[in-house]
Write a protein that binds this ligand. Structure first.
Ligand SMILES: O=C[C@H](O)COP(=O)(O)O
Length: 205
């Protein structure tokens, strides 16, 4: 799964209208990214993922905010290529393994890191990254775990302004966040700005 994150940036995109999903995905791909997260925070997430996958079958689409085993099945059915969660729930990780859905659990403590590693999750999401200590927390976590092969994706409060601070820490695989395709940009169908945000972020690395 690490190869999905070659470009180092994961846009987290929440849809309230599944009909906008393809246009947003088009903007993201035209901007140069082939990966995105669609959180299961709204009732249309599953439909949005299906719509994107039908038009862009090769996009690495992750289903985010997977907090129940039922959502693991829904994400898989929609065509998601991986799943993410804000927290570490062993039952959800077990369901992801059973459904062959590569999974990135959320962690914010050494205990969670270890429990998730034990279940085979080598890629984990540090969430909420800035609120739990940002760069200092990330560097502290890196110390005891970098040699294990653990890779972290900080999310929560990451922006164009601070993303390189995180990306410069070797344990970081990628950074993610909602700043590239905000609810306001999606609501106003401002797809060109979403594309520009992606281009700007990729250029800034
Ligand atoms: O997992 C996704 C996060 O909620 C994104 O956080 P953000 O809105 O602070 O970028």
């Amino acid at each position: 799964m690490e190869e999905y994150f070659e470009k180092k940036i994961l846009p987290a995109i929440t849809f309230h209208d599944a009909d906008k999903a393809v246009k947003v995905a088009e903007a993201v791909t035209e901007g140069g990214l082939d990966i995105m997260e669609v959180p299961f925070r709204t009732p249309v997430a599953q439909e949005a993922i299906s719509n994107i996958i039908s038009t862009f079958p090769s996009i690495y689409i992750g289903a985010g905010t997977i907090i129940t085993t039922k959502q693991v099945e829904e994400a898989k059915k929609a065509g998601a290529k991986f799943g993410l969660a804000p927290g570490f729930n062993p039952k959800v990780v077990e369901a992801a393994i059973a459904n062959e859905l590569p999974f990135i659990p959320g962690v914010m403590s050494p205990s969670e890191v270890e429990l998730a590693l034990e279940m085979g999750c080598n890629v984990q999401k540090l969430f909420p990254a800035t609120q739990v200590g940002g760069l200092a927390m990330l560097k502290a976590l890196s110390g005891p775990y970098v040699h294990t092969g653990l890779k972290l994706i900080p999310m929560g409060g990451v922006s164009l302004q601070n993303m390189n601070d995180f990306l410069n820490v070797p344990i970081v695989l990628a950074v993610g966040g909602s700043w590239l395709a905000t609810p306001q940009l999606i609501d106003s169908s401002n797809y060109s700005q979403i594309k520009m945000n992606v281009i700007e972020a990729l250029k800034s690395i």
